[in-house]
Design a protein around this ligand. Structure first.
Ligand code: FES
Length: 183
């Protein structure tokens, strides 16, 4: 009877082999931390993108608002003959058509203490009922105690429609022609 000799070598340390196939404890720990850092970086990137998108879009919205402005239609050019005034009470202003053809949107508020001025058709002047300041058609002071011309609002004329931006009153010391808008 011949004895069969086994040539298969038995591994005396099977656990070591297992570990070798998986990597040493040191390398597997390193790869674990690498994965964690990867996830942290990914989460930070997503968070940053989430924060910056509304920020960028709000900047775009603001820019668009400034470009278009908030102008509202007040009247047709033909509604305000040269030398006349059209009150726009809800906007607390007058549309004034000056002798040289220019338009102004003049605030109703007296620059002395804020009473509402009235247009006097006979005198062709704005008169304040509180302390009798007077202003010309262009809003310039004619009679004190007011010392500053009536405020004006940005105005533009498109297709013979007068539009005014009520959000931004412009304070001025005196009237000058550069303040006028032409049809
Ligand atoms: S508030 Fe108009 S003159 Fe004083």
């Amino acid at each position: 009877m011949t004895k069969k000799i086994s040539h298969i070598k038995q591994n005396p340390h099977p656990e070591k082999e297992k570990l070798a196939s998986k990597g040493t404890p040191d390398t597997s720990r390193r790869s674990f931390f690498r994965k964690i850092w990867g996830w942290v970086a990914l989460a930070a990137g997503v968070e940053l993108a989430g924060l910056s998108i509304p920020f960028i879009s709000s900047g775009r919205k603001k820019q668009k608002k400034e470009e278009t402005g908030n102008f509202i239609e007040i009247a047709q050019v033909s509604d305000v003959p040269v030398g006349s005034v059209l009150p726009y009470r809800s906007g607390r202003l007058y549309i004034c058509h000056l002798e040289d053809g220019g338009f102004l949107a003049v605030s109703i508020k007296c620059t002395h203490l804020g009473c509402s001025v009235e247009w006097d058709e006979e005198k062709k002047e704005f008169i304040c009922p509180c302390h009798h300041s007077m202003f010309s058609l262009s809003g310039e002071v004619v009679n004190p105690p007011a010392t500053r011309a009536l405020n004006i609002y940005p105005i533009k004329i498109e297709n013979d429609v007068i539009k005014v931006n009520l959000e931004k009153p412009i304070l001025r010391k005196h009237f000058n022609k550069s303040q006028e808008t032409y049809a």
